[in-house]
Design a protein around this ligand. Structure first.
Ligand SMILES: Cc1ncc(COP(=O)(O)O)c(C=O)c1O
Length: 426
């Protein structure tokens, strides 16, 4: 394919292409990436390289252009890139499902392969609503969540995003009306635990499920909370006959220092969503896992099937790369790598606490966050990071990083310097 001259590419992009949460026509000029390798994004027109502090929104945990993942894709491409999943099956999907069952919290046994994180949350909600319908309790169709969450951009996920100040405030009144608890505090507070217990109990007759991001609330505000709240939710759900869904799309595959954030609390949810790092950031795929109890419940209903089946379900190419990515992760001492990045971010971000306008600095696993006391000037913050040779994508009042696990110590230090610079200038 011949290269488009960069000015022409940018003009076509501006006129025709939507970007995430972007206006049409585009108003901010994006950087043009020509290729990516390891932890570096190479910009077009010889504009140099940037160290990636974002892992392409939490997904590229092994970095870019990885020989093992490339080989898995090439090998699968030579067999078939896709076949339909209705009436057919294939080894990549079956292998992937088995790996996910083996590595996820004990008790999750069945896997629905979906095409994106948002769709996997849609499927999780459908599973829960259908479970109660099948059991003759159709009134149990609302969801409870805590404020400050983010679960995706399609309809049901939007309904459990924070309804105030969040990205989907616009749709209030049109989305299903869910039940919202206060946002979870960082440390364990018995009064908050009591608040959540009381809400689950009060709404139990109409609740199908509690849906939360465990331990880290990501795009809703990059907040961390005590894993003990997950045990509180598990006990309250069990006591009142409500299903528990963990959205591990952002936290899964080691990001918080545990393979899944649920492990920090030793809790198994009834349904769990994974995505993002599932394919090592190579292509889009997500999965919804559930327990035998949920699957059995659905199967006993008037409509004894899970009526969901996207065209690209179980895509063999994505499934092969996902298997290779999981093997790569589990075949190394990933805990040490995540710990190393955590230590580097703690040291490197400490100076940000002294910067005027910084409200909080927090680090957990391979996640570093600087929260400002004002909305970030995204352009100024991005410029400051790029000047340090780093790619960051600040939002709201947050400058943050989740680097690939293969980021070396010098590059972690550089990313931390860039976060501090972005916090100072944004
Ligand atoms: C916790 C969580 N759930 C769901 C999603 C939606 O995933 P996707 O963007 O793949 O639809 C995201 C994406 O940021 C997320 O962080």
């Amino acid at each position: 394919m011949p290269d488009l001259p960069v000015p022409e590419l940018l003009e076509l992009d501006r006129r025709h292409v939507w970007h995430p949460y972007g206006p049409m026509p585009g108003q901010r000029e994006p950087l043009v990436v020509e290729s990516a390798s390891g932890v570096r994004l190479r910009l077009a027109d010889s504009s140099g390289e940037l160290v990636d502090g974002m892992s392409s929104w939490w997904s590229a945990i092994h970095g870019y252009n990885h020989p093992v993942l490339n080989e898995a894709a090439r090998e699968q491409l030579a067999r078939m890139s896709h076949v339909m999943f209705g009436g057919l099956t294939h080894e990549p999907a079956v292998r992937l499902a088995k790996r996910l069952v083996d590595m996820s919290p004990e008790g999750l046994e069945h896997v629905f392969l979906a095409d994106s994180g948002s769709v996997s949350v849609e499927v999780a909600v459908k599973m829960c609503l259908q479970y109660w319908r099948s059991l003759g309790r159709p009134a149990k169709q609302r969801l409870l969540t805590w404020r400050g969450g983010y679960h995706g951009d399609t309809w049901q996920p939007m309904s459990v995003c924070d309804p105030e100040g969040g990205m989907h405030e616009l749709w209030q009144g049109m989305l299903p009306r869910q039940v919202f608890a206060d946002p979870p505090p960082a440390a364990y507070e018995e009064s908050y635990a009591e608040h959540v217990r009381e809400m689950v109990g009060r709404h139990a007759d109409e609740l199908a499920a509690v849906v939360v991001e465990p331990v880290v609330q990501g795009a809703g505000g990059m907040r961390f909370h005590s894993p003990a709240y997950l045990r509180v939710l598990r006990e309250a759900c069990d006591a009142h006959g409500v299903l528990l869904v963990f959205d591990e799309i952002a936290t899964g595959f080691g990001r918080t220092g545990a393979l899944f954030a649920a492990e920090h609390a030793g809790v198994t949810p009834d349904v769990m969503c994974v995505g993002k790092a599932l394919t090592g950031g190579y292509m889009t795929m997500a999965a919804t896992l559930c327990t035998a109890r949920v699957a059995d419940g659905i199967s006993r209903g008037e409509v004894p099937v899970l009526a969901h089946g996207p065209t690209f379900m179980g895509n063999p190419l994505a499934a092969s790369v996902a298997c290779a990515s999981i093997d790569l992760l589990l075949g190394q001492d990933w805990q040490t790598e995540v710990k190393r990045i955590e230590t580097g971010l703690r040291e490197g971000l400490a100076p940000a606490a002294e910067v005027e306008g910084v409200r909080d600095v927090r680090v957990l696993g391979a996640i570093g966050v600087v929260q400002l006391d004002h909305p970030v000037d995204m352009e100024a913050a991005t410029r400051a990071a790029v000047r340090e040779g780093v790619w960051l994508r600040p939002f709201r009042d947050l400058v943050y990083t989740m680097p690939p696990y293969v980021t070396g110590d010098e590059d972690v230090a550089r990313i931390a310097r860039a976060v501090c610079a972005a916090a100072r200038e944004g």
